[in-house]
Every structure is written in C-alpha cells, then in structure tokens.
Design a protein around this ligand. Structure first.
Ligand SMILES: *Cc1c(COP(=O)(O)O)cnc(C)c1O
Length: 421
C-alpha cells in the first residue's frame, strides 16, 4: 500500500496534487511520501516485536537527509556503506550507536571516521579488513565492535547484479572457513567479536533463500559459541523484494519475514538487526516526468519524456520494470495506447519501457513512474549535462524540496580549466 492515489481526477502524493509540485519545481523530479516511508518502517519494526531488535534502514536505497531524519525519528538505525553515507546519517541526526557499517572495501579513513563519530558495529567482510580495522582501532586506543559477514552460498534467485550470497560473489567469508576467521578476529587486539552478519541479495521475492541462509547462521551461532565466542547479535541483512507491478507480483510481507526470523534464529537469544532498504523506500517514491513529444515511428509510437536514464537508471541497468501512469486520471473505459517510452539521452539504452500499454497522453502531460523511491535518485547522474534530478518530500498537505535542481551555472562552475589552457 502507498499514498499515491487519484483524487479529483489527478494523482496525489498524500494530500498534494502532483501537478502542483510540477508547477513549482519543474520536471523531472522525485517525490516521496512520508506516510508510506513510515508505514514500511513500522511494518518491519512490528514484525520483530517481542524480540530485542533494531531495524537499520539500508540508506543506499535513498539517502536524502530528510528521508533519514524521518525514519530515525521513528526509531530506525542506519546501515551505511561508505564514509559519505556515515556522514550523511550523522548530519541527519542519527546517533553513532544506531549506525552499522557494511561494505566489502572499507578504507582506513572510513574506519577512523566511524570510530571517532561512534558506531554500533562494523560488518567485516575479510581477514585483511579485520587486520586493518584492528590496527586503526588500536592506534586510536579503541576497540571496534564487529560482526563478520558470512557468505552462506545460497542462491537468492534474483537479478545477477544484486545477488550477493553465492560463493562466487565478492561478499563475506565462506561459511566453511568461519571458525578459522572468528578465531583470528578474537586474537586481534583492536576488535571485539559480537555477532554474525549475512546479506544474500536484493529484490528477493520468496522466503526460501532467507530461510536457507538463516538456518546456516543459527547453526554457526551454536558452533561459534561452543568455540568460546560471545555471539550475541545477528545482523540478517536486507533484501526483501517489493511488487514492481500492480497486477501479479506478491512478494512476502514483512510480517511473514518476521515470523521466519523468529522461527529460524529466535531461540538463540540474540539481538536481531535487519537492513531493509528497497522495501522501505521503493514504493514510497515516484519519478514524475513531462511528455516532450509523441513521435510516430515506422511501426511504433514513442513517448519522449524529459526524464532519462541519468535520472532513473534501473530499466537500463537491471532490465527493471516500472509501472507508468498518467498524472491526470484517465476517464473510465479509456482505451489504452501502446508506446515505447524513452528519454532524450543519446543512447538506445535510454529506454524506460517498450510497447507499453497505457492510457493515451499528449505533449505537455505529466506521467509518473511508480516504485522509483529506492535506487532511483541515489543512482542519478548528470550524464548529458542534465542537471541532477531534484527530490521533493510530501507530508500530509505539505511539501518541501529536499534537494533542489542545480542551476546550469553551478554545473558549469564545477569544472576547472587547467592553467595551460
Ligand atoms: C544493499 C544492501 C542492503 C539493502 O538491500 P535492499 O534490497 O534494499 O533491502 C542491506 N544490507 C547490505 C549489506 C546491502 O549491501
């Protein structure tokens, strides 16, 4: 469920008509619904009710500080994967003890920043990283709390670019070597081993891969405890998928996911962390774009819109589907037209949809891409020198620009001409 509905013939974000935002901000723009963000966070929080837990929003999905602050005020922690994300989370008011640091390539500078500013734990992914972290922490006179990310060799059955839990992926340490690696970690002076971490991929549409992974984590918990490690926290990662089409997809609900967690690892008495990103932000955001031209080709009609692959790269990068709807509500019984929906960028990859049936629209109309809240604005670029797409947040009948569109002047001034020219 989200809060983007037609009312009085026009698509609204909560109580704000999208046409009103478009008139003020121009197109394209992203718009997020506060109520939807909070609803999704709360679904996870309630799914783990009765267990000691923290929902750490994977902020790489959508990292505007307004989104982070909204979720943090509701009680969320953050999962960060870079120094920049760490600083963003802190700037949004998230306390260090609610931030977990994930990622396969943390640098010494990133470790230092997090240790200085406060950190809940590092999710460590390799022996060299472990040694580097221990050295950095020792140098600072600190002890770094860590979990070790294990790679359970489970097929997440998702798009290859976002599957992370198979042995051929770059993530984590093989579960077969876990005892050895934990023993090494325990021997390093700058580290305190507190738990186990796992994250097998993104956009999972069934629970079975989670179950396979979490059963392995449960077994490993017992083994490591027998080896003398005080395993008291399990970070179970993110990855629960969302419906990208209204019609036929029905991924598992957070509640069912919570039941699975309690069944597989609940008996261990560990504190549970989860790191959902996509399910919190994905259906809480739209990309709104204007139709520039309707162009008739030899055998098809093209809808040329002012949003492009630099604003939303998911279709080009992951062959992703986004439902696309007109902002003006079509009259009941309107016959669908068929379009190839494309942006103005100079490559064929700039195609959002092929042969898409939708209500007919004309030049000047607004259309909205659904489910664009996660891995949308954060992956935007200025390719073709198109200004970075702005972001807007709605809360009830209010809206605010939370990242404005840069001016061309600002963009041009970022380049520096070398002295010899
Ligand atoms: C990307 C990522 C997540 C979030 O995945 P979603 O599919 O957005 O829920 C969580 N944890 C880690 C370590 C990640 O890399």
């Amino acid at each position: 469920m989200d809060h983007f509905l037609y009312r009085d013939g026009t698509l609204h974000a909560e109580d704000v008509p999208l046409s009103e935002i478009a008139a003020e901000v121009g197109t394209p723009f992203y718009v997020y619904s506060t109520a939807t963000l909070l609803r999704h966070y709360t679904l996870f929080d309630e799914a783990l009710e009765g267990t000691d837990h923290l929902v750490c929003y994977a902020m790489k999905a959508a990292s505007n500080q307004a989104i982070l602050k909204t979720l943090a005020e509701a009680g969320a922690g953050m999962d960060v994967v870079s120094q920049g994300e760490y600083l963003r989370a802190r700037a949004a008011g998230v306390p260090g003890d609610r931030i977990v640091f994930s990622g396969v390539g943390k640098t010494a500078a990133e470790m230092r920043t997090a240790l200085e500013g406060g950190i809940r734990q590092f999710n460590v992914e390799s022996e060299p990283e472990m040694q580097a972290l221990s050295a950095v922490a020792s140098e600072m006179g600190r002890i770094a709390p860590i979990t070790i990310r294990i790679n359970p060799d489970v097929d997440a059955k998702t798009h290859a670019k976002i599957a992370t839990g198979k042995s051929e992926n770059k993530f984590g340490i093989p579960i077969s070597r876990a005892r050895q690696v934990y023993a090494l970690a325990a021997s390093l002076p700058g580290l305190e081993v507190i738990g186990i971490d796992v994250h097998i991929g993104s956009q999972l549409t069934e629970l079975a891969p989670f179950e396979a992974a979490y059963l392995k984590v449960a077994e490993l918990t017992e083994t490591l405890r027998a080896d003398g490690h005080d395993i008291r926290r399990l970070d179970l990662g993110g990855g629960l998928g969302i419906p990208y089409t209204r019609s036929n997809e029905a991924p598992p609900l957070p509640l069912e996911y919570g039941v699975l967690i309690k069944r597989t690892v609940g008996h261990l008495g560990c504190e549970i962390e989860i790191e959902p990103g996509r399910l919190i932000a994905g259906n809480a955001g739209l990309l709104v774009t204007g139709v520039i031209y309707v162009k008739s080709g030899e055998d098809r009609d093209f809808l040329i819109v002012d949003g492009a692959m630099n604003d939303l790269i998911r279709p080009a990068m992951y062959e992703a589907h986004h439902d696309i709807i007109p902002v003006t509500e079509p009259a009941p019984g309107t016959e669908h037209a068929t379009y190839d929906i494309v942006g103005p960028v100079c490559e064929t990859g700039d195609t959002f949809a092929r042969q898409r049936a939708m209500p007919p629209v004309a030049a000047g109309d607004l259309i909205a891409f659904r489910s664009a809240g996660a891995y949308g604005a954060v992956m935007a670029s200025e390719y073709n020198t198109r200004p970075l797409v702005p972001e807007v947040m709605v809360n009830g009948d209010q809206f605010a620009v939370i990242r404005r569109r840069p001016t061309f002047d600002e963009i041009l001034k970022r380049d520096t001409i070398p002295a010899w020219l």
